[in-house]
Ligand binder design. Structure first.
Ligand code: SAM
Length: 345
């Protein structure tokens, strides 16, 4: 008789609960590492379920800690799970899980910010960028201090189609502080609209799946947690280098309450600021009195395209940094003052 899908389904054998594991291995949360554990099995299963169909998937879990979400992933009929954990104290507990799921769980003691995942999974899972996403998924409940820099790094990887996106349009399901989750999905005109909204939305389809109340974690963080799902787009909405987009977006949002021309002006040296800002806005066909939160991704596309042309015409423009110019100006002012004090006339 042919084996049915159901008969092949893998389930972990009965194991001590996560609470018991924490006790057994003396895994008190370390405040400096912002460790907050999710003990509610239904919520862990919900995160994994919302990540999509994981049957035969290769999954990369970042920050497994005592292994709660890890268990839910292992029960989702995956092909293989790779976990990267920085804190050595969690390794024996994870090893126990690995023994309970032979050949399915690979444990790396390392740092997600530096771990190179692009060679971790077999070649056959790779898909062309234009095709459907590969059966590779990233899932993680990381400390907030890591998840924001990590998503910026991964968004740059999306733009370069490298790192975890060397496999194709790898999907990600990650937790963030609720306010950050709201910024990631904020639409044009909304009060949470920020640098992160543009950087995420020009490269990915971003969805705030659900919110977990802070009280569901042990120890309880000060804030609620948002679970966010990312699917890289086949075509980025802005087709310019990531660093260039980042520079334009950062400059605009540094004066988020002012008209957008204020932040855009900072892209140009003071001597030609007025003239070049006017040129940029005119060629991009943008109203200078729009506020940053009212700029759509398409507005940013126009701005980045024109700014790129201006950088091509003046190769020094891209490296210009208004803060450096300001520091130099202050230093010169100070030197002048010193000279005047030392003058014997
Ligand atoms: C918020 S806890 C979550 C633990 C577990 N996934 C859960 O949901 O209960 C974050 C975990 O990420 C780990 N971690 C923090 N920074 C990390 C890094 N840079 N690389 C890998 N793991 C990290 C912590 O040690 C901790 O186990």
């Amino acid at each position: 008789m042919a084996a049915s899908g159901k008969l092949c389904t893998f389930r972990l054998p009965p194991l001590p609960t996560i609470r018991e594991i924490i006790k057994l291995f003396g895994l008190r949360a370390v405040k400096q590492l912002s460790q907050n554990f999710l003990l509610d099995l239904r919520l862990r299963d919900k995160i994994v379920r919302k990540a999509g169909n994981l049957t035969d998937a290769y999954v990369y879990e970042v920050g497994p800690g005592p292994g709660g979400i890890t268990r839910s992933i292992l029960n989702a009929n995956i092909a293989e799970l790779l976990v990267v954990e920085k804190d050595t104290r969690f390794i024996p507990g994870l090893q126990m899980l690995s023994d309970a799921a032979p050949g399915r769980l690979r444990i790396v003691h390392g740092d997600v910010l530096t771990y190179r995942v692009e060679k971790a999974f077999p070649n056959h899972v790779r898909r062309r960028w234009e095709d459907d996403p590969p059966n590779v998924h990233i899932i993680g409940n990381l400390p907030f201090s890591v998840s924001t820099p990590l998503i910026i790094k991964w968004l740059e990887n999306v733009s370069l189609k490298n790192g975890p996106f060397a496999y194709g349009r790898t999907k990600m399901t990650l937790t963030f502080q609720k306010e950050v989750a709201e910024r990631l999905v904020a639409t044009t005109g909304s009060k949470q609209r920020s640098r992160l909204s543009i950087m995420a939305q020009y490269l990915c389809n971003v969805e705030h799946l659900f919110t977990i109340p802070g009280k569901a974690f042990v120890p309880k963080p000060e804030v609620d947690v948002g679970v966010v799902h990312f699917t890289p787009l086949t075509q980025p909405k802005i087709q310019q280098p990531f660093k260039l987009v980042e520079k334009v977006v950062q400059n605009v949002f540094q004066f988020r309450r002012k008209y957008c021309h204020r932040g855009l002006g900072m892209l140009f040296p003071e001597a030609q600021r007025l003239e070049n800002t006017g040129k940029l806005l005119q060629l991009a066909d943008i109203d200078p009195t729009l506020r940053p939160i009212h700029l759509s991704v398409m507005h940013f596309k126009s701005l980045c395209d024109v700014y790129r042309k201006m950088c091509d015409e003046d190769p020094q423009l891209f490296t210009y940094n208004f803060r450096e110019e300001l520091t130099q100006k202050r230093r010169k002012g100070q030197e002048k003052g010193d000279d005047a004090e030392n003058c014997e006339c």
